[in-house]
Design a protein around this ligand. Structure first.
Ligand code: NAP
Ligand code: G3H
Length: 486
């Protein structure tokens, strides 16, 4: 059973070999809503022995799954997408309660996931191998042909973060499956129930038993064990740089794909359209209370236009809606937990102490941090460098574009940056110098469309996601050389 109710409590199982098992283990974790502490349900805290069993099942299931024709896999994935769309309201409700995401963003996460899955299925159907003639290399005759096809890697471990429990899980699972791998999916503990609803759609859409399996439990308890498990062939991880670095240290030769933290800068030049810049900066910085890897996390603005930009940003921020996502549509919602809110408050307090100019917010009710704007943030403050994952925007004034590029690049992170200018030459000049995966010209930093390559450099990640890129990352070339007698 997917879930069962007992004494007014909801218990969720794990998808193991095509069955929902929820009686195997007495150890449970209660998931409470960040909005009002209500119980969302209990998930299993799986033991290492249970994890072993799940991984063995995934290993066995891969033998048949890899042989299933791509067009059949694709049909199953299209069914998953259809089911997600049918259940959009139901799954969005779960997201709203479990991770305090507002209704509009929750609905759009589910819709985007359905689109992602369909596009992945269609892309995989159209991936062609290649053949290379030997005689194009000096010294070889035309008696050799290399036929290059793609092979799955085996069992992919998909670990997702709390902030997009459906989308960032599906963006690992769907390409992994289309490449012929089986998947063991470990959702973030806060976000597990949303992730299990996603797995339910895969199961009911006809994914064969054992091809997708779930494991729940705290990363701090089972994480090291599962990532280093010898039968896991690939780890596809999204989460903090801290955990990502730990995984990369302990997994030794295992191939990894990592989407990690960011400190995305919006660089605003003198000739920028300041209304456009202010709108994009605010929506980029504050949607879902700034709990997005790609949120605008600092503004680097030329001194000559700083006053005007700051006043426009402040005005946009004053229009942000703050509140309870279960009652109303709002942008600023309670942060995921007390630890996160305490961390953000610490950054705010330090910026105040060191002389940052607090223009808006800075206050807190429980885990709800009000939208906060600081001007005159300097490079000796933590807010210039650390990822708040909360609704706090620091403005750093720069004397020229070179200083902006320097501060942007001094970050340990390198996910995305924005540059606002009307001059395409300046835009390219800045873009070429920034050490990030993506530069957005005249737009907020953001992921998507999801078939674009998406990657972070430095502490922001390893490898490249994006539909075709993800399929390629979770498969390898297989080369068969035909040697002809000539
Ligand atoms: P997190 O604390 O690092 O957790 C991410 C996942 O890792 C969760 O499933 C977590 O499980 C698991 N985990 C924890 N310790 C582990 C270990 N030792 N081994 C294996 N797995 C372990 O991150 P988060 O708070 O959920 O997400 C926020 C962070 O993710 C931010 O830094 C954000 O920038 C980053 N992020 C990056 C991207 C991107 O595309 N670049 C996208 C989204 C988020 P538990 O929940 O059970 O601890
Ligand atoms: O949190 C990280 C997500 O990958 C960001 O996606 O820019 O579409 O919100 P987004």
């Amino acid at each position: 059973m997917f879930n069962r109710e007992e004494d007014n409590r909801m218990y969720f199982g794990n998808l193991i070999n095509g069955k929902w098992e929820n009686d195997s283990n007495e150890k449970r974790i209660e998931i409470k809503s960040p909005v009002d502490d209500r119980s969302v349900g209990f998930i299993q805290a799986m033991s290492k022995e249970e994890v072993d069993k799940v991984i063995d099942i995934a290993v066995d299931a891969q033998i048949k799954w890899r042989e299933m024709p791509t067009n059949q896999k694709s049909r199953i994935l299209h069914n998953v997408a259809d089911l997600l769309e049918e259940r959009i309201e139901e799954i969005a409700e779960v997201l709203m309660v479990e991770i305090a995401k507002d209704k509009k963003s929750s609905m759009s996460e589910v819709k985007r996931t359905a689109d992602f899955i369909r596009f992945t299925a269609d892309t995989a159907e159209n991936i062609k191998g290649e053949s290379l003639p030997g005689d194009s290399f000096p010294g070889f005759k035309n008696d050799k042909i290399s036929i290059v096809t793609r092979e799955p890697l085996g069992v992919v471990l998909a670990i997702s973060p709390f902030n997009y429990p459906v989308n960032l899980a599906a963006s690992k699972i769907a390409p992994a499956l289309m490449a012929g791998n089986t998947v063991v999916f470990k959702p973030a503990t806060q976000g597990s129930i949303s992730g299990l609803y996603l797995a339910k759609a895969f199961d009911e859409a006809g994914v064969p038993s054992g091809v997708l399996n779930t494991i729940t439990g705290r990363g701090s308890e089972i994480g090291d064990y599962v990532v280093t498990h010898p039968k896991i062939d690939f780890v596809n991880f999204t989460g903090s740089s801290e955990v990502g670095k730990r995984i990369s240290k302990i997994t030794e030769m295992k191939p990894l794909l990592m989407e990690l933290g960011g400190k995305d800068a919006a660089i605003v030049l003198e000739d920028a359209d300041l209304d456009l810049a202010a709108k994009n900066i605010v929506s980029g910085a504050f949607s879902y209370s700034g709990q997005r890897c790609t949120a605008v996390k600092r503004v680097l603005v030329l001194e000559s236009i700083a006053d005007e930009l700051v006043s426009k940003v402040k005005k946009e921020m004053e229009a942000l809606t703050v509140g309870n996502p279960l009652k109303e549509q709002c942008t600023i919602v309670p942060l995921i937990d007390k630890k996160s809110a305490d961390f953000v408050e610490g950054l705010i307090d330090e910026a105040k102490e060191k002389g940052g100019t607090l223009l808006l917010g800075g206050n807190r009710t429980g885990n709800l941090i009000y939208p906060t704007l600081f001007d005159n943030i300097t490079t000796d403050m933590r807010l210039a460098w650390e990822e708040p994952f909360g609704p706090v925007l620091p403005i750093i004034r720069i004397k020229d574009v070179e200083e902006g590029i320097k501060i942007a690049n001094e970050s340990e992170y390198g996910l995305q940056s924005s540059v606002f200018t009307k001059d395409i030459n300046k835009a390219f000049y800045v873009a070429n110098k920034l050490q990030v995966g993506t530069v957005q010209v005249n737009n907020k930093t953001e992921r998507g469309p999801d078939h674009f390559p998406f990657l972070g450099v430095k502490s922001s990640g390893m490898g490249t996601q994006g539909i075709r890129y993800s399929i390629e990352s979770m498969s390898r070339p297989k080369v068969t050389v035909i040697n002809l007698e000539m």
